[in-house]
Design a protein around this ligand. Structure first.
Ligand code: FPP
Length: 275
């Protein structure tokens, strides 16, 4: 593994409790541009180098037995970047699917895309996304969700629009109704969100879903991120005490990763029983 500064130690898989592996890890793949600039390269070279990081992370996630891995590949705000960079990222994401989808399919990975399919996303990119999703739709070893032209606020706006379009009255709207109208209602909330590159913010990622996620930030720039960094983040996650606003029963009775809301309900029931 390449030497790099990290705010978290990097133990191997051996340091991880297999019974408390998160069900869902989400990554903000940040720092590609800075990685390239530090080497006197174009920002786009940093994105290209990020591909290896992504696929090593996928390998690591499979080794860990994660059911769900979600990565932030392009935000609804990233259109503000230069035309050249946006064009590069569109081509890059399309070609990445062409290069890698068979390999992911062979590993049993289901590929899905969360985000708006609006006029700004080139048709050929949508076509590759649809082909990749269709090819891998039957896979269940792990679901890799690529958040592409994705914004957490946009997702909530879209959910509200579909609730209104269905004529659901205000009196019937609660957390469950909103969650059911998100892009992937079957996706469990992330247990752990990792952001690379020493930036300590969420930047409009999974705003609804990460209400009770554990957050791990690392100084590592995305192109240097490897499975060892994923393992280190999971190890850090395993030290956390998830309380969901309660008194901590969920950590005592943790079932190895699950939907946070359900776990919170379980925790409440358990606390009621043991008080
Ligand atoms: C959020 O920060 C980060 C992202 C939306 C990730 C963007 C990632 C890429 C463009 C490269 C994807 C790489 C691969 C390998 C597919 P932000 O920069 O949008 O937000 P900020 O301005 O708050 O930092």
């Amino acid at each position: 593994m390449k030497a790099h500064a990290s705010s978290i130690a990097t133990p191997g898989l051996a340091g991880i409790d297999p019974d408390r592996v998160p069900a869902h890890v989400a990554c903000v793949m940040d720092g590609n541009g800075r990685w390239a600039q530090r080497r006197g390269l174009a920002r786009t070279e940093g994105h290209a180098a990020g591909e290896e990081a992504l696929f090593d992370t996928v390998e690591g996630a499979l080794e860990l037995g994660l059911g769900w891995l979600t990565v932030f590949a392009f935000s609804t705000e990233n259109w503000r970047r230069s035309k050249d960079e946006v064009r590069y990222l569109m081509n890059f994401n399309e070609q990445l699917l062409v290069r890698r989808r068979d390999e992911l399919h062979a590993k049993g990975v289901r590929i899905r895309f969360a985000g708006r399919r609006d006029w700004r996303v080139p048709r050929r990119v949508i076509k590759r996304m649809d082909e990749s999703a269709a090819l891998t739709a039957g896979n269940r070893t792990m679901t890799l969700t690529m958040a592409f032209n994705y914004g957490g606020r946009a997702e909530i706006v879209d959910a509200v629009k579909s609730i209104v379009a269905e004529g659901i009255p205000a009196s019937k709207i609660d957390d469950k109704v909103i969650a059911k109208h998100l892009y992937f209602p079957d996706m469990p909330d992330p247990d752990l969100v990792i952001r690379t590159s020493g930036e300590y913010r969420i930047s409009n990622f999974l705003l609804w879903e990460l209400a009770y996620s554990e957050l791990v930030f690392t100084e590592v720039l995305w192109p240097d991120f490897r499975r060892a960094d994923l393992f280190a983040a999971v190890s850090e996650y395993q030290k956390r005490n998830r309380r969901y606003g309660g008194l901590g029963a969920s950590s005592r009775f943790h079932r190895g990763g699950s939907n946070g809301a359900q776990e919170a309900v379980d925790a409440e029931q358990l606390e009621g029983r043991y008080r």
